[in-house]
Unconditional design. Structure first.
Length: 163
């Protein structure tokens, strides 16, 4: 009798694990471009897959990063990236180059370390620099906060993001 209960629990767990993987697979099936960044509270560093964003890549002490499904993927460098917005050039500092990811990630933790503030309220994420200038206001879509930095930073007078 105990074996049946255990077997049922395993089946239930397997069902939910498969469902979770399906969600991860479909979560980012929307329009993704090099300019689209996901505001991510789960990643430790800003990351991009787009090598053309870097002026010069530097070696990093990080050789791999662990992704949501538990796998490890290779980090091939670190540097600042420059983003051309309607109001001028913007810099995002200490971005990891991870060619195997399919979504640019802006780390909430890394922003906080650099004295930026992230406020999540009323289904909106607002990012403020260290002197309280609002850099971005991003509305939640499909339970996530995805932004095109080129256009969302257009109205900002601040020079750097995450530096």
């Amino acid at each position: 009798m105990q074996k049946k209960a255990t077997r049922g629990a395993n089946c239930s767990r397997d069902y939910y694990e498969k469902e979770e993987h399906l969600f991860v697979a479909t979560c980012f099936a929307s329009d993704i471009t090099s300019e689209t960044w996901l505001i991510d509270s789960g990643c430790t560093h800003h990351m991009t897959h787009d090598k053309s964003m870097f002026v010069k890549l530097h070696k990093t002490r990080f050789s791999k990063v662990r992704i949501g499904n538990g796998d490890y993927i290779e980090v091939q460098g670190i540097s600042d990236i420059v983003i051309d917005s309607d109001s001028g050039k913007r810099i995002i500092s200490d971005v990891l180059y991870v060619p195997e990811i399919d979504q640019n990630l802006l780390s909430v933790g890394q922003l906080l370390e650099k004295d930026y503030a992230d406020v999540f309220k009323d289904k909106t994420c607002e990012v403020f620099d260290s002197i309280d200038i609002k850099l971005m206001s991003i509305k939640m879509k499909d339970k996530s906060f995805s932004t095109n930095i080129q256009t969302d930073l257009a109205y900002s007078s601040a020079a750097k993001v995450g530096n």
